[in-house]
Design a protein around this ligand. Structure first.
Ligand SMILES: Nc1ncnc2c1ncn2[C@@H]1O[C@H](COP(=O)(O)OP(=O)(O)OP(=O)(O)O)[C@@H](O)[C@H]1O
Length: 365
């Protein structure tokens, strides 16, 4: 059992507030991802949880016990760092045994725990090697193995895959997901990679400038972002935004085209913005009479991903719209194309960037 409550936590560095009152509960066995841009304070929050930094205000409560003042070693939480932080002069086996040896555990118990972790992580053939003789992915597996043998109450991961190449990152992501299943442990994972957040998390916490913007499951955040920051941070490629004004009470886009079919009552009075995901826009023929507004533009870039294609369409007066279409799409950059925008498939944000409505049915059309 490991349930962590973070209550009104604040942290200052040299008089600058970097954690600005964080309230959050991480449930037992939950995989909780802290997601946010560089410098938003997610690593600092993880270090506060680990006991590597002291909180200035607020408290940390683990299974009902206030651990705010506890030293790191007493908390029994294991941190896995981006830099691996292995001891270079020790073998894999020694690295993995070290914490238990320090704690004066029984050598037979240490051997059995190391053997079990090595088996779980496919490290058995590497146990007598030194870190310099390992690949990046293998080193990161040793770092995770070192955490596993300690049987911590919570695993804390600080961007553990950032130093790996794309293929290895994908593979390690799967391994970490499998480990979470197998160990049934509480895990907190810091990343700025929203693909890691979407694929690993039970719960994603989106941070911006030391504050929580939104907490939810990956799909909740994707489908119902509370504001433009969350909407633009989640999703690859990013959501496109279109500014809307209503000069004579009738809403129109920045290029002067009228907007109909807006899902009332969500339409705010005055200026607002529509947000639309690439899969909610469609390329169409100039003669198309489908639902919504037809926007004429030029293909700026075509990204062929195999199974599908991302088309970046420049529309005069509106900017670039990103459209996801099928893998066989044959047009080339420079071609004149049309994009069909169906406002009922759009998110609506008020002038302050707060979401006021979301598509009822966000599936591909
Ligand atoms: N020891 C420190 N002393 C002073 N300022 C610090 C210290 N550690 C972090 N900061 C500052 O606190 C802010 C938050 O840093 P933090 O490392 O938590 O961000 P992050 O979201 O994890 O970013 P990244 O993804 O780049 O690691 C940054 O502005 C950083 O410069």
């Amino acid at each position: 059992m490991a349930r962590l409550e973070i209550r009104s936590l604040h942290k200052y560095f040299d008089g600058t507030e970097v954690i600005k009152g964080v309230d959050l509960t991480v449930e037992d066995r939950e995989f909780c991802v802290f997601l946010g841009p560089s410098g938003c304070g997610k690593s600092t929050l993880l270090r506060l949880i680990a006991g590597l930094e002291d909180a200035d205000e607020g408290s940390l409560v683990l299974d009902g016990q206030d651990i705010t003042e506890w030293p790191a070693v007493k908390r029994n939480l294991a941190m896995v760092f981006q830099s691996y932080a292995l001891y270079p002069h020790m073998t894999v086996r020694e690295n993995m045994s070290f914490a238990l040896k320090l704690a004066k555990a029984d050598p037979a118990v240490i051997a059995s725990k190391v053997a079990h972790a090595a088996k779980t992580l496919a490290l058995e053939p590497l146990l007598e090697r030194k870190p310099a003789q390992l690949s990046g992915g293998q080193r990161q597996r040793v770092a995770i193995g070192r955490a596993i043998v300690r049987e911590p109450r919570i695993f804390l991961f600080d961007e553990p895959l950032s130093n790996l190449d794309a293929a290895l990152r994908g593979q390690m992501r799967l391994e970490i997901a499998r480990l979470h299943q197998e160990l049934a442990a509480t895990m907190i994972y810091v990343t700025h990679d929203q693909v890691e957040a979407m694929t690993l998390a039970d719960k994603v916490v989106v941070f911006n400038e030391g504050r929580i913007e939104q907490i939810g499951s990956p799909l909740e955040l994707y489908r119902r972002p509370v504001n433009r920051f969350v909407a633009s941070f989640l999703g690859v490629p990013r959501m496109s935004f279109l500014d809307v004004t209503a000069p004579n009470g009738a809403p129109q886009l920045a290029n002067g085209q009228a907007l109909e079919l807006l899902p009332e009552p969500a339409m705010p009075a005055g200026a607002f913005a529509l947000g639309v995901r690439p899969e909610q826009l469609a390329l169409c023929e100039p003669a198309d009479h489908g639902k919504g507004v037809k926007l004429a533009g030029r293909l700026a870039v075509v990204e062929r991903l195999g199974s599908d294609t991302c088309a970046y369409v420049q529309v005069a007066g509106l900017g670039t719209l990103t459209v996801r279409t099928h893998g066989e799409y044959a047009e080339r950059a420079g071609a004149d194309v049309c994009v069909r925008l169906d406002p009922s498939r759009c998110h609506v944000f008020n002038a302050k960037g707060v979401a006021v409505s979301h598509p009822m049915n966000p599936e591909v059309h």
